[in-house]
Design a protein around this ligand. Structure first.
Ligand code: PLP
Length: 357
């Protein structure tokens, strides 16, 4: 009897495509290898073939882990004793966990009152030094850049090139699972690191001949945080999708290049569209993602109904983070308020009969 080799994270899986040495000490939590789920109901109803890449099933429940394993591995290799990041939540959760794993200190700057509860809990539990600032993500990013100039701490935001190198592996996995590149790849855009990383991954696989084609890259932003749609930076970004509440994207040029080279586009969705897509995905397909993630599906569905994405197309939407990250927003949009009944069979029977009537 033979056993399949145990999966041990993206660096081991994709070593040949990543900047590591044979003797590099790898800091991993088994990230990557996430499910590509075909949306059966939504695909049938809309005449397309839609898949979601469920990145919420990474170790800290967002795609940030793919980049963080490599960023922290390299920081440790280079002798760094501390890492720092600005975050709308998920980067801080991931940085905190991988720093704990490595035995180094993480400092995370978060916007006061504007990060989802689950993400804050993660950063605190993993022992990061959480610094709330009276400002937004963009203020935090500016401070992180300045602090790293004066102190010996490694920045692990997506301006750290190893982050994007790690994140490109999501594109590798999609290609391997579909046996080809999708026609369209729809993705939420905040700092625009992830759209850049995916484009890198698809391009690498095309260059070495794994696939013949690359997808059209389509990036979506929230109406209140939409610098790529306006064509200029936004100073006071606002949206229910806190993970993409960013007005000054760090990978501005690279994301425009991905759009140009792929023949893609940027568009925006309202908070209402985002929450409706999140609910639809959870209630019709059994997949729970956070609001920022749902924008990829909200945008894709609209572009299909407008005919911008043609019937029959094979579409992958990236679901960047898990729905449990942000329980408050999920419960707030639940249709009926929760009430309690007496613990008697008649009460339960009456409720069931009324629901199926
Ligand atoms: C970080 C993040 C994004 C945005 O990704 P960028 O690389 O900044 O464009 C989107 N959704 C979630 C859940 C995130 O954590």
């Amino acid at each position: 009897m033979s056993f399949k080799q145990r999966y041990i994270g993206i660096i081991n899986r994709y070593r040949d495509h990543l900047p590591v040495h044979d003797d590099t000490r790898i800091i991993s939590l088994g990230e990557g290898n996430t499910p590509l789920v075909r949306l059966s109901h939504i695909s049938r109803e809309r005449g397309v073939d839609i898949y979601v890449k469920y990145e919420g099933l990474n170790p800290t429940c967002s795609f940030k882990d793919r980049g963080m394993t490599l960023a922290v591995t390299k920081a440790v290799e280079e002798g760094s004793m501390a890492i720092i990041c600005a975050s709308t939540g998920n980067t801080s959760a991931s940085a905190a966990a991988y720093a704990a794993r490595a035995g180094i200190q993480a400092f995370v700057l978060i916007p006061e009152g504007k990060i989802a509860l689950g993400k804050l809990a993660q950063a605190m539990m993993h022992g990061a030094q959480v610094i709330q600032i009276k400002g937004n993500f963009d203020d935090g990013m500016r401070l992180v850049r300045q602090a790293a100039e004066h102190l010996s701490v490694t920045i692990v935001n997506s301006i750290n090139p190893y982050r994007l190198q790690g994140q490109k592996t999501a594109a590798f996995e999609i290609v391997e699972e579909l046996g080809r590149a999708p026609d369209y790849h729809c993705i939420p855009v905040g700092n625009a690191g992830n759209i850049t990383a995916h484009w890198m991954g698809y391009s690498e696989y095309q260059q070495i001949g794994v696939v013949a084609t690359r997808p059209v890259m389509v990036g979506y932003q929230a109406t209140g945080a939409n610098p790529f749609i306006r064509g200029e930076m936004v100073d006071k970004p606002d949206t229910v999708a806190t993970a993409i509440r960013i007005g000054h994207p760090q990978s501005w040029k690279q994301a425009w290049m991905a759009r140009e080279e792929s023949g893609g586009w940027f568009d925006e969705c309202s908070d209402e569209e985002i929450l409706a897509a999140q609910k639809l995905l959870a209630s019709r397909e059994g997949v729970f993602c956070e609001p920022a993630s749902a924008i990829s599906l909200a945008g894709a569905m609209r572009d299909v109904s407008r005919g911008k994405i043609p019937q029959g197309a094979k579409i992958v939407c990236t679901l960047t983070g898990h729905g449990l990250k942000d329980p408050d927003v999920a419960i707030q949009q639940s249709r009926k308020p929760l009430t309690a009944v007496e613990p008697r069979l008649e009460e339960i029977k009456a409720l069931i009969l009324r629901a199926v009537a």
